[in-house]
Design a protein. Structure first.
Lengths: 255, 354
């Protein structure tokens, strides 16, 4: 009697995702977002033609995980660094990967002007409403009444201002081509986020302007929740303020 | 080709001719002609990328990104703008990216004045940004050198993988002189093994970073940088000596001021005072030994600067107390005249200070 073995590979590490231990906390969305980027890079076969820009924040070490040439930017300046790279290497795929403090506080000027110039890059914006790396301070995107170490009684919008919907601002700029808000907290959302990232890379070849993919994410450590609780909390509170979906999508017939 | 041209325009023309790949800048008086000239000339002639950024902060970070690809990249600004760039310059020095930064200085502190000054010597030579790093610093004295030093800067920047600063001032930027340009060079970028240009199958990915979180690694990087700065000091000291051979007194001055001092020295010699001028051209590395050599033969040094006395600290370090060093300076955008420099020298001599 013979036994026939059939192996079907259902899951593997993407080639451009480096086989190493990540420093991210358990349950954090960064790991999923990194994986999606590397899956897209592999599927498009553009590892040799892609240059990434890492920010300052939790994803400062993104270059330790994503196996493409990388430039590590100063806090807030990733889109300016990406501009510099793309302008001298216009044929390459260039993306920046930035958190909310980096992109929407200290780097607001660079973000707005990069998008307004319509640089042909992809900006991936991870919004978890808090400063993770420095230990849970208030971010520009922290929700009203949400507690952080620098808003210990909850964000008081009267004195601390309102959460910044920078993605909506970006979408209003004629320089942007594709602006979308996604999440990675459920399988369906993961698939949608991947699709968005893929479009962000593909559209670079059209030279039509900046692509901007926001990923609403969690921070179990600084939100002081379990991974599951943080995803539930995100779903219930964050997505209310930051609704998912395309904010500006190209007319593909025109494209 | 000989042309009559402003210093700022000579910088821009030289950068086009040297085959620079990209310029990122932001307007500020008294150096806006650089961006204006490039906007008119550069792209159509050589395809150089010329981009007006939203700020000096953005400019220097665009330089960081583009220089990381191994291209010939540069920016220019004036004092307050250069202050804004300091964080980026520190990153560039740490990540060892070749590039050129030009500071067409104006008087400070603060918003200051748009008139020429030399008050950014400390910022340029002693640090400016955070951390232990050095820029290679060149101080031109003529419009001709504004052009020549652009070429030299890129050679040095790539030779040592180090940012180079041309430290000049608003007067030299604005004044017109004859300048003979070198021939147009092609824009060619050699393949550099560290550059972020896209990772081929057969090599590890390149990462341009200044982040080394483990202290032993960060110290290793620092030791490497210090060693490089020692090599630069051994190889790249530049200076000019004018009438120093038989001088009893030497005036030390850098940049345009050295030319005014030369005039003062000529008048002094007509009056029978043997004066020479020592002009450091590289401010880092500084010609300490070369100044010290003169101390056996002179009675003293007058240091002249358009600031409150900055390079004088290095001159004093150079002479090791062997001869007196006195100072004459003007601030706030005022350029000293040959007569007042000579008068200052004569007063120090008469007063027994020199």
């Amino acid at each position: 009697m013979s036994v026939e073995m059939i192996e079907t590979k259902v899951f593997e590490r993407p080639k451009s995702l480096i086989d190493t231990e990540m420093h991210y906390c358990p349950g954090c969305g960064h790991g999923v977002a990194h994986r999606l980027i590397t899956e897209v890079i592999d599927e498009m076969g553009i590892q040799e033609e892609t240059i990434g820009v890492a920010p300052v924040g939790c994803s400062v070490f993104a270059y330790n995980y994503i196996d493409v040439d990388f430039s590590e930017a100063a806090h807030g300046r990733a889109s300016a660094v990406a501009t510099g790279i793309k302008r001298v290497l216009p044929e390459k795929y260039v993306f920046s990967y930035q958190g909310d403090g980096d992109l929407a506080a200290i780097g607001t000027g660079e973000t707005i002007h990069t998008c307004n110039r319509g640089e042909n890059i992809l900006i991936i914006f991870i919004n978890n409403g808090i400063y993770g790396m420095t230990g849970g301070q208030m971010a520009p995107t922290t929700l009203p009444k949400m507690k952080s170490t620098t808003s210990p009684f909850g964000r008081d919008t009267k004195s601390m201002g309102y959460p910044l919907k920078i993605t909506e601002l970006i979408a209003a700029l004629p320089g942007t081509y594709y602006v979308t808000r996604q999440s990675v907290h459920k399988p369906l959302n993961v698939r949608r986020a991947k699709k968005a990232i893929q479009k962000g890379f593909e559209y670079q070849k059209l030279n039509k302007g900046t692509c901007f993919v926001e990923i609403v994410s969690n921070c179990p450590s600084n939100w002081k929740m379990t991974p599951v609780e943080s995803n539930q909390w995100m779903d219930k509170h964050m997505l209310d303020y930051y609704p998912l979906g395309d904010i500006k999508a190209p007319n593909l017939k025109e494209a | 080709m000989i042309k009559l041209m402003k210093g700022n325009e000579a910088l821009a023309e030289a950068a086009i001719r040297v085959g620079a790949d990209a310029y990122f800048g932001y307007p500020i008086t008294p150096q806006s002609e650089v961006l204006e000239y490039l906007a008119r000339e550069a792209e159509q002639r050589t395809g150089m990328v010329v981009l007006q950024a939203e700020s000096e902060v953005a400019s220097i970070n665009m330089v960081y990104g583009a220089a990381g690809t191994g291209k010939k990249v540069w920016t220019s600004s004036s004092s307050p703008g250069i202050s804004l760039m300091q964080e980026g310059i520190s990153y560039i020095a740490s990540a060892e990216l070749p590039c050129l930064i030009v500071n067409v200085q104006r008087g400070g502190p603060g918003l200051g004045t748009i008139q020429p000054a030399q008050s950014d010597y400390f910022q340029t030579v002693k640090g400016g940004g955070h951390g232990d790093y050095k820029l290679i610093v060149l101080a031109p004295a003529t419009v001709q050198e504004m052009s020549d030093f652009v070429k030299l800067s890129f050679e040095l920047a790539f030779k040592y993988r180090n940012p180079v600063m041309i430290l000049t001032d608003g007067a030299l930027g604005q004044m017109m002189e004859k300048v003979e340009f070198f021939e147009q060079q092609e824009r060619t970028t050699e393949k550099l093994d560290w550059a972020t240009v896209g990772k081929p199958e057969d090599r590890e990915h390149n990462v341009i970073t200044s982040l080394h979180i483990k202290p032993d690694k960060m110290e290793e990087i620092n030791i490497h940088l210090q060693k490089k700065y020692s090599t630069i000091t051994e190889n790249e000291i530049r200076y000019e000596e004018i009438m120093c051979d038989d001088a009893e007194y030497i005036i030390t001055a850098f940049g345009l001021v050295a030319r005014i001092c030369t005039k003062a020295a000529e008048i002094a010699r007509e009056k029978g005072i043997k004066v020479g001028v020592f002009r450091p051209i590289s401010l880092f590395p500084f010609p300490y030994e070369q100044i010290k050599l003169h101390t056996a033969n002179i009675k003293g040094i007058l240091d002249v600067e358009m600031n409150a006395g900055q390079m004088i600290e290095d001159v004093k370090l150079a002479v090791e107390g062997k001869v007196p060093v006195e100072f004459h300076g003007r601030m706030g955008g005022i350029v000293p005249t040959p007569d007042e420099i000579l008068e200052a020298l004569e007063n120090y001599i008469a007063g027994g200070k020199l």
